[in-house]
Design a protein around this ligand. Structure first.
Ligand code: ZN
Length: 419
């Protein structure tokens, strides 16, 4: 029996599995069209379901919190965002890559500029929301200030301030997947992709199966944050240098300084390279992806740590990848094939300094058509105490290094801390 106290509006359930729920014809999206008016906006809002032309909703991974706010009565279902004064502080693009569906399939290149790109639709009353927000900030990391006091970095008062503050432009990006393009990138069929997404989300999005006409999906996954140091214009200027670090989230190290991996020291080293490059008249770009624990999640990650520490012989470099595979079934799910899209959105065509040792990231970047001039490994003195296992295992597995790669026998000697 229905609860008589419930809001009567909540009782009216609209099933998304029937095309008629959406009206006969949602505005078609012509992905890759250079003219945003022709490409048409993505409408993922729920204020008018008949306007929706995508699968999923905005801020996908936060949709559940939104549901709780709605059910508690603190958020009205018909709330429309007031976007006054929210437009980007810095202009990015458009670039030729924005109109190349081979280069961008995992974000909406027009996601930050809906106000100017889709004026006509907004005037007609369509509830269009940005999927990208661009702002400015000062950031301050103690290691960078220390680098300045040691003379590795220069305080110039412009890019880096007296107190070690770094002046940055930052962009938050929500994932927007053009399914035919994603399928092509992963070398699978679109129908197999849709079926796997449907099944592995416990049937959360029926339209993946029932609505082949809806080709854009707002997946409920974490997004990306971009930090840019230096002059924006340098990024797409062939005569000025660009440094890039593509970093996958590791909360334990990045925020809390856990010493079992090299994540935070390498991230900071990446920022240091970005500052130097910016001070040479170029620009530095840090791209921070929410793909915790190689996109396996933090629970899996901590289970793997335990399995590594407790295996016979303790935490060993020779068994580093194996332990992950035992728990997760795979070594890595980060799907670097989709990673370069952000770089293409920024208009990057050449990276002078790529601060990454990952062969998977490097391959994805160069296969997407971006030239990489130099790769930069983490300096040995920045590798934390318990992280030798990780770094030696990675180098032995083919990660980039200018140093020595251990043979299988020497790899056996690299041990991590016991508890
Ligand atoms: Zn880490």
């Amino acid at each position: 029996m229905a609860n008589p106290k419930r809001d009567p509006k909540l009782r009216h359930i609209v099933l998304t599995s029937h095309p008629t729920s959406y009206g006969t014809k949602p505005i078609p999206i012509d992905w890759g069209n250079a003219d945003p008016g022709q490409r048409s906006p993505l409408i993922g809002t729920l204020t008018d379901p008949s306007h929706r032309n995508v699968i999923g909703t905005h801020s996908g991974s936060y949709a559940i919190y939104r549901a709780l706010a709605v059910v508690q009565g603190s958020l009205k279902t018909d709330h429309r965002a007031d976007l006054t004064n929210t437009s980007p502080f810095v202009k990015i693009g458009p670039y030729p890559s924005w109109a190349d569906p081979g280069k961008i399939v995992a974000l909406d290149p027009f996601g930050a500029v809906i106000g100017e790109a889709f004026t006509e639709y907004l005037e007609k009353g369509y509830d269009i929301r940005p999927t990208i927000a661009i702002t400015k900030a000062h950031i301050n990391m103690p290691e960078l200030y220390e680098a300045a006091t040691k003379g590795r970095l220069t305080i110039d008062g412009k890019i880096m301030k007296e107190n070690g503050d770094l002046v940055v432009t930052k962009a938050a990006i929500e994932p927007v997947w053009y399914l035919p393009g994603i399928a092509q990138r992963l070398k699978v069929t679109e129908s197999d992709l849709r079926q796997a997404l449907f099944e592995q989300t416990g049937g959360m999005f029926p339209e993946l199966i029932t609505r082949p006409d809806l080709q854009v999906f707002l997946p409920p996954i974490g997004g990306v944050t971009v930090y840019i140091v230096g002059d924006m214009a340098a990024i797409s200027d062939p005569d000025r240098p660009v440094a890039v670090r593509v970093h996958d989230e590791c909360n334990g190290s990045d925020v809390f300084g856990s010493d079992i991996c090299t994540c935070r020291p390498y991230l900071v080293h990446g920022i240091e390279e970005c500052i130097k490059t910016a001070q040479e008249g170029g620009a530095g770009v840090i791209v921070y992806y929410r793909k915790e624990g190689r996109a396996l999640g933090e629970v899996t990650k901590f289970l793997v740590y335990n399995a590594r520490k407790r295996q016979t012989g303790g935490d060993r470099a020779d068994a580093y990848f194996e332990r992950t595979e035992c728990v997760a079934g795979v070594q890595d799910m980060r799907l670097q094939e989709l990673m370069p899209d952000v770089l293409h959105w920024l208009g990057i065509t050449r990276i002078d300094r790529l601060v990454s040792m990952s062969n998977m990231k490097y391959d994805a970047i160069i296969n997407s058509g971006i030239e990489v001039v130099k790769r930069i490994a983490i300096p040995d003195d920045l590798i934390p105490a318990d992280a030798q296992v990780e770094i030696e295992a990675k180098k032995a597995a083919g990660y980039y290094t200018e140093g020595e790669v251990l043979d299988p026998e020497s790899l056996l000697e690299i041990k991590g801390r016991d508890y």
